[in-house]
Design a protein. Structure first.
Length: 129
């Protein structure tokens, strides 16, 4: 995500993915965020720690399980995500600019098909439950 860094954003791709997952479903716990972005459950703790340090995410104790922490975007996190999304979209457009719209859709379809076929063998399979 060199384009995001050039625009002054200090977010890694996995931090962006985690912010997006938390934005889509506020209150997720860390393990569920890891599942939603197909990331290792052990490593996601450090990712979330950095997002908390940057004041983009806050943790709240889960009232049903005091050991778990639910994650929410802070106001700064929501603003950052809103500001960075157009830059990410622009980067994606640049990356795929040699393809027609139909070819882009076909590429995404084929990548999804290939990824789905091996998801269960992944070290961190994608789970949306």
């Amino acid at each position: 995500m060199d384009e995001t860094a050039k625009k002054g954003f200090d977010l890694t791709p996995v931090q962006y993915a985690a912010l997006s997952a938390i934005d889509a479903t506020p209150g997720l716990d860390q393990a569920t965020v890891a599942n939603h972005i197909a990331y290792d459950r052990v490593t996601i703790g450090g990712v979330v720690d950095r997002l908390v340090q940057k004041e983009l995410v806050r943790r709240e104790t889960n009232p049903k399980d005091r050991r778990a922490r639910n994650l929410f975007l802070t106001e700064k996190g929501a603003e950052t995500l809103a500001e960075i999304r157009p830059v990410v979209r622009e980067s994606q457009t640049i990356l795929l600019e040699g393809l027609t719209d139909g070819e882009r859709q076909e590429l995404v379809r084929l990548l999804r098909k290939a990824s789905d076929a091996v998801n269960d063998r992944s070290r961190a399979p994608l789970r949306l439950d």
